[in-house]
Write a protein that binds this ligand. Structure first.
Ligand code: LLP
Length: 437
């Protein structure tokens, strides 16, 4: 061991060398690995930029959540948007996960991966009627409805299909979630959910409607939240709604869905204490007949994934040092879009040069194209391999073809074996579906 975490140069908590204890990508004999497999060997075989996922770590995280909430009747509905690769979905599905989806495309992937539709919940403020029809025909567990108009549309579609739509209302608890403003969803002025008062009215409408049936209550307050407090405050609000619904409509809801958003340790700060959260949830569910649904995405796959990038050039200009790599915002948009701070390490100890403060940037023609800024880094030579950590969630799935850059390959390492989970795109893929005649 002895991985050097390249300093973030920003507020940071916890041990300075946190990445050296990284269970997904340990360092042995001076080389970072995924399990036992050398990252340099993977980069050599599959080229770069490259996404690498540690399947053993994903399962470890899944079981850690299950273990923490053990006494509670729990469905872990993996949030597909975090990493929708079929191999990842299949791995989690076979371990017993359901899925939290937000589109027909995510439902398609989920079914392709063999996940039982009866374990699928469908969230999102803008479900189309086509998506509703598709999900009703497949028999999903529930629609998480976010407005009165959506509810009316769902009722109509359900009657057209000739089935009863199972519904949970997504409540906006007006809770402040301490995270980036783009990933905060629990405050009253967010576009998500409805107020507790409106939720009670919607349940009354659901009970009256022949095509709708109330099955649960839902909340999701944001992403990468590192404290239990906001989750528990949100749970108090939805349990209050469940009580009011029982009194006002006589409906007994079957489950409370607390959403996802459980924070992981990254280059900026530490993780949510999942056990403290579980304790608070267990206290609140005690004596109630509600089961629990959780929708973790990042918590399951975030630190199990890394983006490998090759250093192309080192450039000094304007008083700055730029480490230019073959990956940038097209492969991982989190640093530029959310100010995400990913730990970055050299894969091979032998590549370490003198430590300098550097910007790690990509080849994309945007000044906002960077993977890290102002990091203290042992400056690597051209050809060195960098490992950008915590990239298993919202990494590849948010990658784009901007600048006509083919998207990278994805490799899953599981049980000591590396398999190609998605091939690298070729130039032909860039123009597939276009017409020039
Ligand atoms: N449930 C719902 C309804 C969601 O909208 C989300 C994420 C999740 C669960 C899973 O959240 P997680 O456990 O992964 O934090 N692209 C941003 C994150 C956006 C999250 C969107 N919704 C990022 O890279 O930070």
């Amino acid at each position: 061991m002895g991985t050097r975490l390249l300093s973030t140069g920003r507020r940071r908590q916890g041990p300075p060398d946190r990445a050296s204890a990284d269970p997904a990508f340990p360092r042995r004999d001076g080389v970072l690995r995924c399990g036992d497999v050398s990252l340099e060997a993977l980069a050599h075989e599959y080229s770069t930029p490259l996404y690498v996922y540690n399947g053993d770590r994903i399962l470890e995280r899944f079981h850690a959540v299950r273990g923490a909430f053990a006494p509670i009747d729990l469905l872990i509905a993996y949030s597909v948007k975090a990493n929708p690769n079929l191999a990842v979905l299949r791995l989690l599905g076979e371990a017993g996960a359901g899925a939290d989806i937000v589109s027909g495309g995510e439902l398609y992937r989920t079914l392709r991966a063999g996940i039982d539709p009866e374990r699928v919940v469908f969230a999102g403020v803008g479900k189309t009627r086509d998506e509703m029809r598709y999900a009703l025909e497949q028999g999903i567990m529930a629609f998480h409805v976010e407005s009165a108009q959506e509810l009316a549309a769902l009722g109509e579609v359900a009657r057209g299909v000739g089935v009863i739509a199972p519904v949970a209302v997504r409540v906006n608890p007006d809770v402040h979630s301490p995270t980036h403003e783009f990933t905060r969803t629990g405050h009253a002025s967010a576009k998500f959910g409805v107020s507790p008062d409106e939720a009670v009215l919607l349940y009354a409408a659901i009970v009256e409607h022949p095509g709708l049936s109330p099955v649960g209550v839902d909340v999701h307050i944001g992403s990468q939240i590192r404290e239990p407090g906001p989750f528990l405050a949100a749970l108090d609000v939805v349990l209050g709604v469940a009580d009011r619904v029982r009194r006002a409509c006589g409906a007994d809801l079957r489950y409370a869905d607390l959403g996802g958003g459980f924070g992981i340790a990254d280059g900026e700060a530490g993780a949510l204490d999942i056990h403290a959260l579980a304790e608070g949830v267990a206290d609140r569910l005690e004596g109630r007949s509600l089961s629990l649904v959780l929708e973790p995405g990042r918590f399951l796959v975030g630190d199990a994934g890394a983006l490998l990038a090759r250093v192309l050039y080192v450039k000094r200009s304007g008083g700055k040092t730029f480490v230019i790599t073959d990956a940038g915002m097209t492969e991982l948009i989190r640093p530029s879009h959310y100010g995400g701070v990913h730990a970055i390490s050299l894969v091979c100890d032998g590549d370490k040069g003198a430590v300098e403060r550097v910007d790690i940037v990509g080849p994309v023609c945007e000044q906002g194209d960077f993977l890290a800024r102002d990091r203290r880094l042992p400056v690597p030579p051209p050809g060195a391999l960098l490992c950008v950590r915590q990239a298993g969630a919202y990494g590849f799935t948010m990658a784009s073809n901007y600048n006509s850059r083919p998207r990278p390959a994805e490799v899953l390492v599981h049980g000591g074996h590396a398999t190609l989970a998605r091939r690298r795109e070729e130039y032909g893929d860039l123009v597939r579906g276009e017409h020039d005649d």
